[in-house]
Design a protein around this ligand. Structure first.
Ligand code: NAD
Ligand code: MG
Length: 372
């Protein structure tokens, strides 16, 4: 007979979105209680060896939740220090050493239990061990749930720059347990919301309107709209990834606001703004520039600014650095072509496109106006 609790078990409330990559197709599960729902994720582990990759903040909170599901397997954990500063080759080497110590074979699996830093490193470790083994994402930040855990970009920083080394290596499955967001610091939560807004701003105007209607509930972490928002952003990104896995074209649009944002992050030495906050400001700057260039209406910029403000996000760079310095940093962006600025701009909400040869004077003007 039916367990009355089954109404609120993950099976009835979780959402599943598939990333359609042919034989490498994989599910992204989103919902409460997924970590403890061991039956769902355990069956994605094919071999005997498992390495759980996490950090010192997340492991004490969430490793106990998945331990029961690992019983009977030969498993170990690699727990790194917490922070972007530890996204290093030294830590990759340590994790590979842990796989070697357990005698991991080709059918071993790495579980990424954490935010984007852990996910990128765990994925890269899996991509390297014996030229590529399975990995599973269990993202614990909103940013990792809606962005970094989906799409197969893995990597590590070098002293010369962020994410300079990496591999495309898709996970076998993603399990986004939304209960884990309860312990996420407010600023990190809002930074994740910026990446949700970004998806809607690039290519989903209906979703954008929905976000406007649910901004207050999302700011308050109301579970039902939050799961819906995560699912819609994941579905959007999954579609882009399925069409352009290795970023030959459309996938680059996911960088809306990022050229401005990276300049802001660099100018603040990664201390002033979180990535999502910098992207929020960067999207507004991109909208303002689009307006300047006659591509979009002021009304679209206004809607974007209002939504971000309602979600508690910053919308202007402040007196971080002079406009000339920010422009100089933007000239270093990877997307530039033949010494000319190449930016993701938009024709209005839900209609982003890559624009080559953007006029530097217009960019400078927008930066100056935003700073003053
Ligand atoms: P993060 O992994 O550093 O996590 C942010 C902070 O929150 C950390 O201090 C972490 O320990 C803590 N934390 C995580 N989950 C928690 C929880 N449930 N409760 C309490 N604290 C928790 O940062 P992030 O924003 O998740 O990820 C940023 C990283 O992701 C960057 O390295 C970036 O390069 C990468 N990234 C990758 C992709 C991709 O496609 N691979 C996309 C976007 C970003
Ligand atoms: Mg980003």
């Amino acid at each position: 007979h039916e367990n009355p609790m089954s109404q609120i078990t993950p099976a009835s409330t979780s959402r599943r979105i598939d990333v359609e990559l042919g034989s490498r197709r994989y599910p992204v599960w989103i919902g409460p209680g997924l970590m403890s729902d061991t039956a769902t994720w355990r069956e994605t582990i094919r071999g005997r060896h498992v390495l759980v990759f996490s950090n010192r903040t997340i492991a004490p909170l969430y490793l106990p939740k998945i331990e029961a599901g690992l019983s009977g397997l030969s498993w170990d954990s690699y727990v790194m220090d917490d922070g972007e500063a530890y996204k290093t080759f030294a830590n990759i080497e340590q994790a590979l050493g842990a796989l070697a110590r357990m005698g991991a074979t080709r059918d071993a699996c790495v579980i990424a239990l954490g935010g984007g830093v852990v996910g990128d490193m765990a994925g890269f470790t899996a991509a390297c061990w014996m030229r590529g083994i399975d990995f599973i994402q269990m993202p614990t930040t909103l940013l990792a749930m809606v962005d970094s855990s989906v799409g197969g970009k893995t990597g590590v920083n070098l002293p010369a720059g962020k994410n300079l080394v990496g591999a495309f290596h898709q996970p076998r499955a993603v399990f986004a347990d939304t209960d884990s967001l309860a312990t996420l610091p407010a600023r990190e939560y809002r930074a994740g919301l910026a990446e949700v807004v970004k998806g809607a701003a690039i290519g989903d105007p209906v979703f954008f309107s929905w976000l406007e209607d649910h901004a207050e509930a999302l700011a308050a972490r109301d579970p039902a709209p939050l799961i819906e928002a995560i699912a819609r952003k994941v579905a959007y990104k999954a579609g882009v990834v399925a069409r352009d896995e290795t970023e030959q074209g459309e996938r680059a649009l996911l960088n809306l606001g990022h050229s401005f944002g990276h300049a802001l992050e660099t100018a603040g030495h990664y201390q002033t703004w979180l990535h999502g906050e910098a992207v929020a400001i960067g999207m507004v700057l991109a909208a303002q520039l689009s307006e300047q260039l006659g591509m979009a209406d002021a009304a679209d910029t206004g809607r974007l600014r209002r939504l971000l403000l309602q979600l508690g996000l910053p919308v202007a760079p402040g007196a971080l650095a002079p406009a000339e310095t920010l422009l100089q940093l933007m000239r270093l962006d990877k997307k530039n072509l033949a010494g000319k600025l190449r930016l993701i701009l938009w024709d209005g909400i839900g209609r982003a496109r890559l624009v080559p040869g953007v006029d530097e004077a217009a960019v400078l003007g927008v930066l100056q106006a935003a700073i003053n």
